[in-house]
Design a protein around this ligand. Structure first.
Ligand SMILES: Nc1nc2c(c(=O)[nH]1)N[C@@H](CN(C=O)c1ccc(C(=O)N[C@@H](CCC(=O)O)C(=O)O)cc1)CN2
Length: 294
């Protein structure tokens, strides 16, 4: 068996194409969607992700507003930048790029974001609505990586209802919200959320129809852990040095040999990452549409 590739680049391109016409309609009605980003420090990964988000905005017609603070920024500086973004009328939604440098309390900073401008769905009000299963009029943006994973499975017709999902990693941006999303009414999966203290990780993965690996441990997930035909989504990414070339390259949490057992496999890079970015754009557009309706 060779797994079908869950192509995040192509799927994200399709999502962006669909968004472009909605953005044109918003603009025709005088609503200009604007994404703000707040980046603190000079982590190379975060810088590259933020740059990508601004490129995506330019591609689809969303304005983007960039606020960069040096690594030496104090918590008071970050607080003040968040207050400014809450007040800026051209910013219809924004994100605080994570992780923040050591010494900043991420949860406290996320709590300062105006929930109506929370483009990442990480404010406690929006995460709370996900817990409560509130949908419809009280629009809550979903965290981008979980939303991207579900969207990709949907577009590849991978069944979710009644299926067993094992998520590796309980982080704020992926594992925790993904467990909530998959168990929501309408998606109806059964989820095992594993973490560093899980006793027999291989056994938990072996029973899964869908496996999501989001820990940042290169090639942790082995082919012998995978049920034949399962869908495997490789989210964690690590920068490693290539032994032959000595150059830096990116590697995922899933051993490439998993392709011989899985039914579907997302590459990394080129899988869930581009979908994360596409779902951020979708959140910004949705929030702008609600302004129009309201
Ligand atoms: N505020 C947030 N911070 C972080 C989030 C998030 O959703 N909100 N998620 C991750 C980082 N992230 C988005 O910010 C992100 C990660 C990866 C990609 C991506 O497109 N990756 C490419 C490879 C990119 C490269 O060459 O370095 C891929 O997978 O093909 C986009 C966004 C943590 N922080």
């Amino acid at each position: 068996m060779t797994a079908i590739t869950l192509d995040g680049v192509a799927t994200a391109a399709a999502v962006k194409h669909e968004l472009a016409s909605r953005i044109a309609l918003l603009r025709a009605h005088g609503v200009v969607p604007g994404l703000g980003t707040l980046l603190v420090g000079d982590d190379p990964g975060s810088k590259s992700y933020v740059a990508g988000k601004h490129r995506d905005c330019a591609e689809v017609g969303i304005e983007s507003i960039r606020v960069d603070l040096p690594a030496s920024a104090t918590t008071a500086d970050v607080r003040s930048a968040i207050r400014d973004l809450n007040a800026a009328s051209e910013v219809t939604g924004y994100i605080v790029q994570l992780p923040l440098p050591a010494g900043h309390d991420e949860n406290a900073m996320l709590e300062l974001i105006d929930p109506d401008k929370d483009a990442d769905g990480l404010h406690p009000t929006n995460l709370g609505r996900l817990v409560l299963g509130i949908e419809g009029e009280l629009h809550s943006p979903l965290p981008c990586t979980p939303a991207g994973i579900v969207e990709m499975l949907r577009r590849y017709d991978v069944p979710i209802r009644g299926r067993h999902v094992t998520v590796i990693g309980r982080g704020l941006t992926v594992g925790r919200p993904l467990g909530l999303l998959f168990t929501r009414k309408g998606l109806d999966a059964t989820v095992t959320l594993t973490h560093s203290r899980t006793v027999d990780l291989a056994a938990e993965v072996r029973r899964a129809d869908i496996v999501v690996a989001a820990v940042g441990v290169p090639h942790l997930v082995k082919p012998e852990w995978i049920k034949r035909g399962a869908a495997v989504l490789d989210v964690g990414i690590t920068r490693v040095q290539d032994e032959e070339t000595g150059k830096g390259r990116l590697t995922g949490d899933v051993d490439p040999a998993v392709a011989s057992v899985a039914g579907h496999l997302s590459p990394n890079p080129g899988g869930v990452g581009p979908m994360t970015r596409a779902m951020l754009l979708a959140n910004v557009v949705k929030a702008a549409e609600l302004r129009l309706d309201g």
